[in-house]
Write a protein that binds this ligand. Structure first.
Ligand code: NAG
Ligand code: NAG
Ligand code: NAG
Ligand code: NAG
Ligand code: NAG
Length: 490
């Protein structure tokens, strides 16, 4: 998603809070997440959900908007003057809900599209973004994506942003106000954010708002999806952390295309969707494992594995089912190179360091980004429809979507819940079936689609909104509610 990145701050005095609006006190909605180890189980942590600074009201002391449609050049002729003149405003809980469609409940985050969707980050109680280091770890969440149709993208990903949001003399707001976004597309626009302080002095002085600057960083897309299509995509950059790019540099440091794994595109049209093997009419669990070559946190990222859990059953990712490509069901450097060669995908993934470079970024740590957005008029076909001119060529179709939305549906919504991060295999439980091979993935397998037993087993789901399986737990377990979308036999 291209976006404007801006932050307001003041250089006039060093008083605390300078640069932050005082109309509304910021109240980031609380949420919990868990960290897990194989030996010690899971521990719950308090955090909150903070709205991106880009979506906020930024105004002068006399409440004139600094950015009615791009920055007002009278108020913001250059970065320093803009910082002196503009304040970034807080949002209270009522505003999060009514203006932005963002609510939390325990470990669950609900995003309603409303008038334009949103982008949020996980904020630590320290006031910095939570810094996740997932190399040799797994990251797991539950999702209810049943109300996200074609043309929308409910995304959960890591960006290697600065954990303090780029606090500087020009940016007094920082992570608490959702500043400092970057990704592998090096988003450009009217540009003024926290990392402006990192620029050479000459550039700071000349920063204008002509759309020539972008913010680049490594991006690991665990989840870009709607109820019809899903994609897992590493996007490495050949830079170690967030940078401000200028001109042609903005297209020469990061891989905007990525090495995507989309089951539909990989020849499994009946794996993911309403009523399919992963039934998007109902909530399910998404596990992503970042395996290293030597099984340590300091190794090289060698494989990204995807596992699903639905109705208490572990479902392996569908294996590739395209002539000329090995029938693997995980993402490795070999898979990415094979795919570039066989499907004529962009080579930028390898140009900018491939899977090893992505792993180096994950080892340094990244910020969790969650968003709900659409692409009015042009569709989200790179995710859910026809990409390229020949629909019959292998890998051209990403999903079953054919028309671009001409108007947004404000009621589109998604719930992410039960976020867990920890040792491999420590964040989920369930009956483990044999891996799904390419020959069996085109139809439901006996393990993944077996009718639910009359009673649910230990760890299995036993209740929750949209859930229709067994609600009685096998003895001696009882059904316990985790959140409105998920109850479990414990
Ligand atoms: C509001 O503030 C801006 C920037 O500080 C200033 O340029 C403008 O003249 C002010 N407007 C009024 C009506 O005071
Ligand atoms: C820009 O700001 C100036 C000063 O506050 C104001 O007079 C003018 O109307 C603003 N322009 C727009 C397009 O809002
Ligand atoms: C926030 O992050 C910055 C940059 O890494 C660090 O210097 C600072 O100590 C952190 N603050 C807290 C309260 O953890
Ligand atoms: C594609 O969409 C059409 C129309 O909604 C539906 O009839 C068909 O079953 C879908 N195919 C798959 C593979 O999901
Ligand atoms: C995780 O589980 C899978 C499948 O059961 C197994 O192949 C793998 O070795 C396990 N990894 C670890 C680190 O325990």
């Amino acid at each position: 998603m291209l976006s404007v990145i801006f932050v307001a701050a003041s250089l006039i005095t060093s008083a605390l809070g300078q640069g932050i609006g005082t109309e509304t006190a910021e109240q980031a909605p609380p949420i919990t997440y868990s960290t897990c180890t194989t030996s010690g189980g899971c521990a719950t942590h308090d955090a909150s959900i903070v709205l991106d600074g880009n979506y906020r009201w930024i105004h002068t002391a006399n409440l004139t908007s600094c950015n009615p449609a791009g920055f007002n050049r009278t108020i913001c002729p250059d970065a320093t003057t803009c910082a002196e003149n503009c304040l970034i405003e807080g949002v209270d809980l009522a505003g999060y809900q009514t203006t932005y469609g963002i609510t939390t409940d325990g470990d669950a985050l609900n995003l309603v599209f409303g008038s334009g969707g949103s982008r949020v980050y996980l904020l630590d109680p320290s006031g910095n973004y939570t810094n996740f280091k997932v190399l040799n770890q797994e990251f797991t969440f539950d999702i209810d994506i049943s109300n996200v149709p074609c043309g929308y993208n409910a995304a959960l990903y890591f960006s290697e942003m600065e954990v303090d949001g780029g606090l500087s003399s020009l940016n007094k707001a920082g992570a608490k106000y959702g500043t400092g976004y970057c990704d592998s597309q090096c988003p450009k626009g009217d540009f003024f954010d926290g990392i402006v302080g990192l620029l050479p002095p000459l550039m700071v002085a000349s920063v204008n708002f002509d759309g020539s600057l972008g913010a680049c960083c490594n991006e690991m897309d665990l989840w870009e999806a709607n109820s019809v299509a899903t994609q897992l995509t590493p996007h490495p950059c050949e830079i170690p952390s967030e940078i401000t790019c200028s001109g042609s540099q903005c297209t020469s440091v990061c891989d905007p295309s990525g090495c995507d794994f989309n089951p539909f595109r990989m020849g499994n049209p009946s794996f993911y969707g309403p009523g399919l093997t992963i039934d998007t009419n109902k909530p399910f669990t998404v596990v992503t494992q970042f395996v290293t070559n030597d099984g340590t946190d300091t190794g090289t990222l060698s494989e990204i594995r995807r596992i699903y859990v639905q109705n208490g059953v572990v479902i392996q990712n569908a294996a590739v089912n395209i002539p000329g490509l090995p029938a693997v069901n995980s993402l490795s450097q070999a898979f990415c190179t094979d795919k570039i060669n066989t499907l004529s995908d962009a080579a930028s993934f390898n140009t900018f360091g491939g899977l090893a470079q992505m792993g180096a970024s994950l080892a340094r740590g990244a910020v969790l980004v969650i968003s709900l957005w659409d692409s009015l008029g042009s569709g989200m076909f790179w995710l859910d429809g026809l990409e390229g001119s020949n629909p019959s060529s292998p890998g051209a179709l990403r999903g079953n979507c054919t028309t671009a939305n001409s108007i947004s549906d404000p009621s589109t919504s998604v719930t992410f819940s039960n976020i867990k991060v920890g040792d491999l295999n420590s964040t989920f439980a369930g009956l483990v079936p044999p891996p799904i091979s390419s020959s069996s993935s085109s139809g439901p397998t006996s393990t993944s689609s077996a009718p639910p037993a009359p009673t649910q087993t230990h760890w299995g789901q036993c209740g929750g909104m949209f859930y229709s399986g067994p609600i009685v737990c096998a003895s001696p377990f009882t059904c316990q509610e985790s959140n409105p979308y998920y109850s479990q036999c414990l």
